[in-house]
Design a protein around this ligand. Sequence first.
Ligand SMILES: CC(C)(COP(=O)(O)OP(=O)(O)OC[C@H]1O[C@@H](n2cnc3c(N)ncnc32)[C@H](O)[C@@H]1OP(=O)(O)O)[C@@H](O)C(=O)NCCC(=O)NCCS
Length: 166
Amino acid sequence: MGGLTWRPMTEADLDGVVAVAAGAFPDHPEDRACFANRLALHPAGCKVLADARGGVAGYLVAYPWRADDAPALNTLLPGLPEAPEAYYLHDLALTPTARGGGHAAAGVDLAVQAARDAGLSTVTLTAVNGAAPFWVRQGFAPRHSPAMAAKLAGYGADAVYMIRTV
Ligand SMILES: CC(C)(COP(=O)(O)OP(=O)(O)OC[C@H]1O[C@@H](n2cnc3c(N)ncnc32)[C@H](O)[C@@H]1OP(=O)(O)O)[C@@H](O)C(=O)NCCC(=O)NCCS
């Protein structure tokens, strides 16, 4: 699918973001307020893949966070850690027609750059949907941490906590 470009997310994109998320993560629904919360807390880590008409064909949400930790799904954060240790990639999702063109890999590059800009040297995420092989292709490796075991349960049986040094 041509004509797709990554750009900063704005509040006007939130309905489109929610629609892409609902299609991409049917087993892990998150409310519009959750995305609005992340956008308000850390706009530098929120991007959309816009189509030629400005519509949302994909999105990326990431923010500074603690090491060996992942926020519970569909929760509002009162704030970000004062001393973050990692850049947490909360979501990366594309509509089915936008996939397969390298745009997701380009989104990962943007998250990596945002992590560096935030002064953080690791990017972490929780892989779901059987996406761990995609993340390995993007330089991530599974990280087994006792602290994460209980939190991962809330993400489903196939969830894998992963880390990449940047
Ligand atoms: C995961 C997702 C973002 C990948 O998007 P995509 O458009 O297929 O990715 P790209 O075209 O940028 O692919 C980049 C590379 O990853 C590879 N890749 C893509 N999906 C893969 C998968 N499931 N397993 C292994 N490799 C994969 C591509 O072949 C490509 O390899 P190359 O660099 O050798 O050409 C997309 O499938 C999606 O939105 N899925 C639903 C949401 C989701 O599961 N997100 C991740 C949850 S943690």
